[in-house]
Write a protein that binds this ligand. Structure first.
Ligand SMILES: Nc1nc2c(c(=O)[nH]1)N[C@H]1C(S)=C(S)[C@@H](COP(=O)(O)OP(=O)(O)OC[C@H]3O[C@@H](n4cnc5c(=O)[nH]c(N)nc54)[C@H](O)[C@@H]3O)O[C@H]1N2
Ligand SMILES: Nc1nc2c(c(=O)[nH]1)N[C@H]1C(S)=C(S)[C@@H](COP(=O)(O)OP(=O)(O)OC[C@H]3O[C@@H](n4cnc5c(=O)[nH]c(N)nc54)[C@H](O)[C@@H]3O)O[C@H]1N2
Ligand SMILES: [Mo]
Length: 762
């Protein structure tokens, strides 16, 4: 058998993929990657579970838009020729925009899609929809929505700017003495980088820090949120209670007289108001170590000792993104900023507060997305938008008003939903509610390589290629490699590139030239690469990149980042922050002016809508964290993901005490449930999980037995609640969720998630 090898890039790293022309016979990690991710092995499943031909839901095909929407997700599909599908979709897009205006098209299309700068599905769909008059869009993301909105209010920087400025690896290893990590820095998460990465460095960088004497404290329900090698001290914290714990650390500083008065006076505003809340002067409740001990489950003496330690040395407070994916998630980030301000180390090397080190991998100096090749998306003439996680509300409450960051906005009435490169039936909370909301539009459309739950729920499903089936150039703003991504195999069955699908649709709607500018994919890749290289004459030409496969941007070519926090520290009057006061806002008059009952004007503890402190019928807190074995729902049918399951079902982690109470052992088939839904999982007893907490990773393809019924595969989003963090950010709150677990006594129905639906020929 002769095989060939081709370089590709994924969101979890670079690989050389070996093929006999049909199957992927082997996947070899990139030689320069010291710690490659096993997720790459799943690429061998490229021909399985594929959408092979354009498919249209039967009722929609026979009776037109809006027919029997309640059958979405369980009706057969009619397979049709590309021309039939494209003609139908083009005329439906035209009908909706003519009858209802472009705002009736929801094209937010949130999701991670695949690596590759040109074939990036979100860039393609947004450019296409802009070329035909625009669409209702979405803002922020599922990762850090609350962080995105609160950070500018506190630091006067966008969240992305803040992430660029926060202490980087070299600073931490050289200056930081103590890292106090809320939500840890899970190594599993650093496998992944939006856009791809050449090298996985978190492991070795954490070891370097340890060798230089940096001490780590892991404040998290899961010990596994740090690698063992750094010997982090594990302090189990009840989920969704971090704000209370941080308040008590702050209170302990004040009681011991350890807060940095000079920093608070010079660089912050609102310390008085906040201090009076901390001490209980404003509300009668001192936020003491004892008070927070009852809430968070952390011993009061431990809290006081940690506060003293933090004041005594160069301390970096880190907060994972998961911590703000909770009810009132804004407060945790704001409170972390307040605590760091009280230590007076913001703007000092290796001090202050930083967010998401597990997710972005204790990165070095970021290259910045702006410097990479990219496809311009054009201008969207429609001004309507939603905070990304309000998708079900949008569909259910068209015409009604909602709040967001000081604005009163109206949900437009949506008639058509169009998705390419994301999977709302993976990422959204309360999937049974989403399925109800999904019945509202006349038409739902997606481009998908695979028959996952999104594809099953659409009226028109167009088969898309994966990156293995096309050339591209790839790279990430958080990494210093640029890759040539080479096509490995021909498109599977009738799959087409998103670009080619949109080009055909645009042509039918009379926007062909606007969308394509007369270029083929290959010409576009050359165009965007050449434009990028034109700004950096030292970079290789496209031909040189293609020949070499990749290049690493030398450190000295990466422009130095101006740190506004350092400048502010040096000269608070001359280089003020871009907040209303020019300082770090521990009290925000602007937020006070919004008058939100669920987002007070200074960091505050607000009881989450459900948590271990008010657990009754559902006594266990569910953590649905990111999966070790895949990227979200991507390649769920691939070997790395499948090997992590039992009989096709996810494993639910539980503390042995909670298992004993329920008479359960490892390997038991259990039902996880609450009032919103239920799923099956295979039980796994874990000593490294705190009592009262269970853990089920995200990403199993949703596989309900019947509408609203038991999910056989173990998708945690049948259990999570679909409520925003607050009126400020309206972010998702997936990590705030109570459940109960019991042995499943029914006949275990086999998982069908990876099978295609019934397909009829057209
Ligand atoms: N319970 C719970 N839920 C969560 C989270 C949580 O912590 N807990 N985390 C949230 C977070 S942070 C995120 S970012 C989201 C992630 O949610 P998503 O980003 O929506 O999840 P993915 O599985 O990455 O979905 C990408 C989809 O794009 C498809 N795709 C890949 N490449 C291409 C392409 O080139 N073209 C086309 N047309 N399609 C392509 C894939 O097959 C897949 O279906 O999930 C969120 N959901
Ligand atoms: N392998 C892999 N890596 C990924 C992804 C993936 O799908 N697969 N997805 C990527 C994406 S899109 C994102 S946004 C990032 C997400 O990065 P994070 O948001 O940090 O990731 P999670 O895995 O959801 O959460 C990390 C840990 O936080 C802890 N935790 C949860 N809730 C709480 C809480 O209330 N308090 C405290 N103190 N700890 C809590 C849990 O123990 C959990 O293991 O990861 C990225 N990395
Ligand atoms: Mo994310």
């Amino acid at each position: 058998m002769t095989t060939t090898r081709h370089r590709t890039l994924t969101n979890w790293g670079a690989y050389e993929v070996e093929t006999d022309g049909m199957e992927i016979t082997a996947v070899h990690p990139f030689a320069k990657d010291p710690d490659p991710s096993p997720i790459g092995q799943s690429l061998k499943a490229v021909r399985r579970s594929r959408v092979e031909r354009p498919a249209i839901r039967e009722s929609w095909f026979r009776h037109g838009p809006g027919s029997r929407p309640e059958l979405r997700g369980r009706e057969p599909f009619v397979e049709v020729d590309w021309d039939v599908a494209l003609d139908l979709l083009a005329s439906e897009l035209d009908r909706v925009r003519t009858e209802h205006g472009n705002r009736a098209i929801f094209g937010g299309s949130y999701g991670w899609a695949s690596a590759g700068r040109f074939h990036h599905a979100q860039s393609q769909i947004h450019r296409f929809l802009n070329s035909i008059g625009g669409y209702t869009y979405s803002v922020d993301d599922y990762s850090i929505a609350a962080g995105h909105v609160i950070t500018p209010h506190v630091f006067g920087l966008s969240f992305d700017e803040y992430m660029d400025e926060q202490p980087h690896f070299v600073e931490i290893s050289e200056h930081t003495e103590l890292v106090v990590a809320f939500g840890g820095m899970p190594i599993k998460n650093s496998q992944v980088q939006y856009g791809g990465q050449g090298r996985h460095m978190l492991n070795s960088r954490l070891e370097t820090c340890r060798d230089r004497g940096v001490r780590f404290v892991n404040l998290s329900p899961l010990a596994e949120d740090f690698i063992e090698a750094v010997e982090a001290e594990w302090v189990p914290v009840r989920p969704s209670t971090d704000t209370a714990l941080m308040l008590a650390l702050a209170h302990s500083l004040v009681i011991a007289g350890l807060e940095d008065e000079n920093f608070l006076d010079t660089y912050c505003t609102g310390w008085d108001r906040f201090r009076s809340y901390l001490l209980g002067e404003s509300d009668g409740i001192a936020k003491s170590a004892e008070w927070a001990g009852h809430i968070s489950g952390v011993d009061a003496d431990r809290i006081r000792a940690l506060a003293a330690d933090m004041a005594d040395r160069r301390t970096l407070i880190t907060v994972s993104w998961s911590v703000q994916r909770t009810d009132h998630g804004e407060q945790a980030y704001w409170m972390a900023a307040a605590l760091a301000s009280m230590l007076g180390q913001v703007g000092l090397p290796g001090g202050g507060v930083g967010f998401g080190y597990g997710a972005v991998g204790l990165n070095g100096h970021p290259v910045g997305y702006h410097t990479l090749p990219r496809l311009r998306q054009g201008k969207n003439p429609v001004s309507d938008f939603i905070p990304v996680a309000r998708i079900s509300d949008l569909l259910l409450h068209g015409g009604e008003q909602f709040d967001y960051d000081g604005q009163r906005l109206t949900y437009p009435e949506i008639h058509l939903v169009y998705w390419a490169g994301g999977n709302p039936f993976h990422h959204h909370q309360d999937l049974n509610r989403l399925a109800d909301a999904w019945r509202v539009p006349d038409t739902t459309v997606c481009h998908e390589p695979f028959w996952n739950a999104l594809a099953r729920h659409c009226d028109i499903v167009l088969p898309a290629t994966t990156p293995l089936e096309r050339d591209d150039v790839g790279g990430s703003g958080n990494d210093d490699f640029v890759f040539w991504m080479e096509k490995v195999i021909d498109p599977v069955a009738e799959a087409r590139n998103d670009y080619d699908i949109f080009s055909e649709l645009a042509r039918r709607i009379g926007a062909g030239d606007r969308f394509t500018e007369g270029r083929t994919s290959a010409e576009w890749i050359e165009h965007i690469y050449t434009r990028f290289q034109g700004n950096h004459p030292d970079y290789p030409t496209l031909a040189e990149l293609q020949a070499a496969g990749h290049f690493q941007i030398p450190e000295e070519w990466i422009p130095p980042l101006a740190s506004s926090l350092v400048a502010f520290r040096d000269d608070p009057a001359g280089a003020p922050l871009q907040t209303p006061s020019g300082r770090i806002e521990l009290f925000s008059e602007m937020i006070e002016g919004f008058g939100y009952d669920d987002c007070p004007p200074h960091p505050s503890w607000l009881e989450p809508y459900e948590w271990l402190g008010n657990a009754d019928r559902y006594p266990l807190h569910l953590i649905s964290n990111q999966p070790k074995t895949r990227l979200h729902s991507q390649w769920d049918h691939g070997e790395t993901s499948v090997n992590g399951k039992v009989d096709g079902r996810e494993r639910l982690g539980i503390n042995p005490n909670d298992a004993v109470d329920r008479g359960l052992v490892t390997g038991d088939l259990v039902r996880v449930f609450n009032e919103r839904g239920s799923c099956l999982a295979s039980l796994l007893l874990r000593e490294d999980l705190m009592p009262g907490v269970v853990q089920l990773p995200t990403g199993a393809w949703w596989d309900p037995i019947e509408p609203g019924g038991l999910c056989r595969a173990g998708n945690p989003n049948v259990l999570t609640r679909d409520v925003g963090t607050s009126k400020l950010a309206q972010g998702p709150t997936a990590q705030t969720c109570l459940v109960e677990v019991e042995r499943y006594l029914g006949e275990p129905s086999p998982v069908r998630a990876h099978e295609a639906p019934v397909l009829l020929s057209g």
